[in-house]
Design a protein around this ligand. Structure first.
Ligand SMILES: C[S@@+](CC[C@H](N)C(=O)[O-])C[C@H]1O[C@@H](n2cnc3c(N)ncnc32)[C@H](O)[C@@H]1O
Length: 603
């Protein structure tokens, strides 16, 4: 029987961990809540009917979508799976199924998530996540250009339908975020108020960071009737209070205010007031006498406006030569030099994102045309995404997930940062292969064009992107509801032959890697053991053997390599139960203690 785990949510694992720790008899409610709160927002675990929140028709469907087994898998499109140099990922398919797949390898690992979902204004793709979703997806991609069943492309979806689409995706996003991670969601006034309520519910009100207002236009749209809408919101929530907003790089105008008239070797500086708004009565310690070093004049501050620092700090400022007494050095009151190098960390982010700082939609269109001239769409300007990356504090060792990558503004932002020598994070993009008749291609093709064009524009040729697409799992999944008896026997048979015969080893490999909880860019090496090919994952932590026939010599060789985990094909044992039992014993016997046992699985 295959031991492949198609369970999407980590709820089962949390319950198993809990029962391992406490046993069913001695259940400790608080301990259970602690464990579960890793995957379920803590306030949702609170008992009672007094919970405040938004309700809508068929809200419970959301939890069905989250609970059901994963039917899909990611399959390599190009850039070989064994090419471990690829740092970035571009994933084609429905983002709900893909986020569920990502959950195993990326739980609590993403530093920043950006979502730019459809705004529910009509003419957008809103995928129907109800049962049969994968069949619908497959029929759509195999018949490009046909209208996608159950996808509202023309009219706006009802609020309930829209919320049912966003809720599970946000729920998974929370699981993917690191404790110091943050999520930004672009939205306009059609669903802003609903989105804020469900984000409060999922992330907790205490984790609301800001509702940024992005000035997306420099003038009102021509068809404006009453009020000229020139903005969009970006809702921002943190995963926990471990998140700390980053400071923004200073603009040229800001740094231009720092000058160096006295050729100070410490570089440009700006004069800061040496007095403050307190009176001598309010701050007696700031009321003291100082000496003008060039005229010898001694003076107290005004009684209504005392010095800005204590006397000991003043002495330090004098010793460090931080005081500016004017061009001819005879000013009676000094100014303190604030050096540019000291405030290099930058400026504090503000809730208003002005178009001259972060760009507007026209700028986004121009940027996109440069890479994909025949695409009549507009996305976000890359300066906006760069701004969000700075607020998120996302750097070199971090991962950023864009769940609605669209035309690829995130790619442009990250590659251009890298080319400027900045610390840029790794990206994971998800986009649906939505058919665009005027482009005569899929939106994902346009995204791919932009990625490749940006790689050459920003000279990122060495920075490989691994392209994967959603397809049906390579392992047959036991369907939950089986009706007639004949169906039952068909299912049983399928289960015996549980690896799809059409699957390639590359496809099996990537699915097993992700199901085992490794990242999709993890290091994979082909090695040989007694003349047979074996895949070594992350420096030998896991060995995957996809040989169709296994021998006891190969089992011994696998055990001798001392991995933490071994996965082999079930069919490789050719129904030889004795050989399988021996394999179990061999891997067990290797261990000195129970904890160091090699985990052995067949699929
Ligand atoms: C508002 S657009 C995003 C634009 C993008 N930020 C840009 O700069 O081009 C929303 C995107 O979500 C994508 N989308 C909608 N439903 C999806 C789903 N179920 N899975 C993946 N992508 C989806 C659409 O194809 C569309 O590109």
């Amino acid at each position: 029987m295959s031991e492949i785990d198609n369970q999407p949510n980590l709820l089962n694992q949390a319950l198993v961990d809990f029962l391992d720790l406490y046993g069913p008899g001695e259940a400790d409610r608080n301990a259970a809540i602690d464990l579960l709160s890793e995957i379920i927002p803590r306030h949702m675990l609170a008992s009672g009917d007094s919970r405040f929140g938004l309700d809508w028709r068929k809200k419970t469907e959301v939890f069905d979508f989250l609970k059901r087994p994963i039917l899909g898998a990611l399959s390599p499109t190009y850039v070989s799976t064994t090419d471990s140099s690829a740092r970035h990922l571009a994933l084609k398919g429905d983002n709900l199924e893909i986020m569920k797949i990502l959950e195993k390898g990326y739980f609590g690992k993403i530093k920043m998530i950006y979502m730019n979902p459809p705004f529910n204004i009509g003419g957008e793709l809103i995928f129907d996540d109800s049962d049969g979703y994968l069949d619908r997806y497959e029929s759509y991609i195999s018949d490009s250009g046909s209208p996608l069943n159950n996808v509202s492309i023309d009219a706006g979806a009802s609020h309930s339908k829209w919320l049912n689409a966003q809720y599970p995706r946000l729920f998974l996003a929370r699981n993917l975020l690191r404790n110091d991670g943050v999520i930004f969601v672009s939205i306009d006034d059609h669903e802003f108020h609903h989105l804020r309520m469900i984000m409060d519910e999922i992330f907790g009100e205490e984790n609301f960071v800001a509702s940024f207002i992005w000035e997306k236009r420099y003038s009102p749209p021509p068809d404006t009737k009453d009020v000229g809408y020139v903005h969009e919101n970006v809702l921002c929530y943190r995963r926990s209070d471990e998140f700390q907003a980053g400071l923004l790089p200073m603009t040229d105008a800001q740094s231009g205010r720092y000058k160096n008239p006295d050729r100070d070797p410490r570089g440009p500086w700006k004069a800061a007031d040496y007095t403050c708004r307190y009176t001598a009565k309010e701050r007696p310690n700031l009321y003291y006498e100082i000496t003008q070093p060039n005229t010898g004049e001694r003076r107290f501050p005004k009684k209504t406006r005392v010095w800005a620092c204590s006397e000991s700090e003043h002495i330090k400022n004098v010793e460090e030569g931080r005081l500016w007494w004017g061009k001819d050095e005879t000013n009676p009151v000094p100014a303190k030099k604030k050096y540019l190098f000291e405030i290099r960390q930058g400026a504090m982010p503000k809730t208003i994102l002005e178009h001259d700082v972060v760009g507007h939609t026209d700028e986004a269109t121009k940027e996109l045309r440069e890479h994909v001239p025949n695409l009549k769409l507009s996305g976000k300007p890359s300066r906006l995404i760069k701004h969000l990356l700075s607020i998120a504090n996302a750097g070199n060792n971090d991962i950023v997930l864009d769940c609605h990558a669209g035309t690829g503004a995130t790619v442009e932002a990250i590659f251009s940062l890298e080319s400027e020598g900045e610390n840029a994070p790794q990206f994971i993009l998800i986009e649906f292969p939505q058919w665009l008749p005027e482009f005569d291609g899929h939106l994902f093709d346009a995204l791919e064009n932009r990625i490749e064009s940006c790689r050459s524009k920003y000279k990122r040729e060495d920075d490989c992107v691994k392209y994967l697409h959603l397809k049906r799992s390579n392992f047959r999944v036991w369907r939950g509801k089986v009706g007639a008896e004949s169906e039952v026997s068909e299912q049983l048979e399928l289960h015996v032959q549980h690896v799809s015969p059409e699957s390639t080893s590359e496809e099996l490999l990537i699915e097993l890697i992700s199901k085992a909880g490794f990242s999709l860019t993890t290091e994979v090496e082909r090695i040989e053991l007694i003349g047979k090919q074996v895949f070594s994952i992350e420096g030998g932590a896991m060995l995957i053997c996809l040989e169709k026939e296994i021998t006891s010599d190969l089992i011994d060789a696998l055990a001798e390599a001392e991995p933490l985990q071994v996965i082999c094909l079930d069919e490789a044992f050719q129904n030889n139960d004795q050989l399988k039992a021996n394999a179990v014993q061999t891997f067990k016997a290797r261990a000195q203690t129970e904890e160091s046992e090699i985990v052995f699985k067949t699929v």
